[in-house]
Design a protein around this ligand. Structure first.
Ligand SMILES: Nc1ncnc2c1ncn2[C@@H]1O[C@H](COP(=O)(O)OP(=O)(O)O)[C@@H](O)[C@H]1O
Ligand SMILES: [Mg+2]
Length: 411
């Protein structure tokens, strides 16, 4: 009897346990599915955050401006791709570097960084020079802003947004030069006009005076000298006048080789006298250029004359005509093909610090120079849709490149 009871009891207990297990399993399944829902929600959120984060990261990495963040000690905590490219460093090389070490001027760095970190001053378009990995100074414009990510002390820092401003500076210089040219133009036009009239009067009077002397009178020599000097002044005034008001180009399709040959003929005897060899290298099938031939002739003559004057004791002038690919003829125009006239001399060359200045009006290093040749040339080229560039090394020689646009000749 008891044995039977015991068996029954055990079966009941087993059943009971099964039921219990079942219940706890069910319960767990319920709990699990609640968790699962939460888990999935979290995962989705996380993926969304990751997407936003990746998006922001790629914006920061791909943007054109350089971006540094520094901590409150001035150490770099982050640098984006553009910042590394601008200064030529790798990420590991800039990480933890002191921001002050980038400045060319230690004293300036000390002052600026103190203002940023201690006085919390934000800089806007501050211009300075930083040093690249190669040790070269890079003109930089930067803006700063203070950042604090959360309540932690170590989440404070400063963000630097910066750019290499070489191009901006070049453009600025160009504008300044144009400004100066414009003022100068107006001025010289006025002066030239005012002086030419009285000069004409003086010249006529002098000529009349000259005729009143009997032949052989020594005074007639003096008067003819006056007339000659007046002519010289007139020439100079004419130059000013041209400079002030270059006539609108009368463009036609022209053969550039012919223009160069013409200029060469003008200078041939001078070249011989100075023992200068003239070499040409004209590419085949150079298209005709659409230019004002007398203006471009003047440009080529100016550049030629400078080359001749740069050679002191025998030398060589080399003229090469070729087609240059992808040339930007204007700052804001798309690159196109152009006819390139290279005029190279092995003369004295131009020292680096003067390279910038040679196109400025009145810049001359010659005792009898006027300093208008190149500024007039660059202006005339501009009028004709072209441009001029130069390369030079002191003691070795100079190469001027004159570019003229290629325009389809449909006439
Ligand atoms: N081929 C050259 N070689 C050396 N220096 C040059 C050359 N071309 C121009 N320069 C420099 O540029 C200056 C300006 O030239 P330019 O405008 O023609 O005026 P100018 O010939 O009257 O001095 C020259 O005085 C000279 O210093
Ligand atoms: Mg000259």
């Amino acid at each position: 009897m008891s044995e039977q009871f015991e068996k029954k009891k055990q079966t009941a207990m087993r059943l009971r346990k099964l039921v219990d297990d079942r219940e706890s399993l069910n319960a767990r399944i319920q709990v699990d599915s609640a968790y699962k829902e939460k888990y999935e929600l979290l995962l989705k959120r996380y993926q969304e955050i990751e997407k936003v984060y990746d998006f922001q990261k790629s914006i920061i990495q791909k943007m054109g401006s350089g971006l540094f963040t520094i901590d409150m000690n001035g150490s770099i905590t982050f640098a984006n791709q553009a910042s590394l490219k601008t200064l030529g460093y790798t990420y590991d090389e800039v990480k933890s570097k002191d921001i002050k070490d980038f400045f060319v001027e230690a004293k300036e760095a000390e002052e600026v960084i103190k203002k940023i970190l201690k006085d919390h001053i934000a800089f806007e378009s501050y211009e300075t020079y930083w040093i690249s990995k190669k040790g070269e100074p890079v003109p930089i414009g930067f803006s700063t802003s203070y950042i604090k990510m959360d309540t932690r002390e170590d989440s404070e820092g400063v963000l630097f947004l910066f750019r290499n401003i070489t191009q901006v500076n070049n453009l600025r210089r160009q504008i300044e030069r144009m400004d100066r040219l414009a003022t100068l133009g107006e001025l010289s036009a006025g002066i030239a006009h005012e002086i030419r009239n009285p000069l004409a009067g003086i010249k006529t009077s002098a000529q009349v005076l000259e005729e009143s002397f009997s032949p052989g009178d020594f005074r007639s020599q003096l008067v003819s000298r006056i007339v000659k000097e007046i002519d010289r002044s007139n020439e100079l005034l004419k130059k000013f006048f041209n400079f002030a008001k270059p006539s609108k180009p009368k463009q036609e399709f022209q053969n550039i080789e012919m223009i160069i040959d013409g200029v060469y003929l003008l200078l041939a005897s001078r070249l011989r006298k100075k023992n200068i060899l003239f070499k040409t290298d004209f590419a085949e099938s150079i298209p005709q250029v659409y230019i004002d031939s007398s203006q471009i002739e003047q440009v080529i003559l100016n550049v030629f004359l400078n080359a001749v004057e740069a050679i002191t004791n025998g030398g060589e002038i080399h003229v090469k005509i070729s087609i240059a690919k992808h040339v930007k003829l204007k700052e804001d125009s798309a690159p196109s093909d152009a006819v390139c006239i290279g005029i190279a001399d092995d003369g004295v060359g131009i020292p680096d610090e003067k390279l910038e200045k040679v196109f400025n009006p009145f810049f001359t290093t010659k005792s009898d120079g006027v300093g208008l040749g190149l500024s007039i040339s660059s202006r005339l080229l501009e009028e004709n849709g072209g441009k001029i560039e130069l390369e030079s090394e002191e003691g070795t020689g100079t190469l001027f490149r004159i570019y003229l646009p290629i325009i389809a000749n449909t006439i």
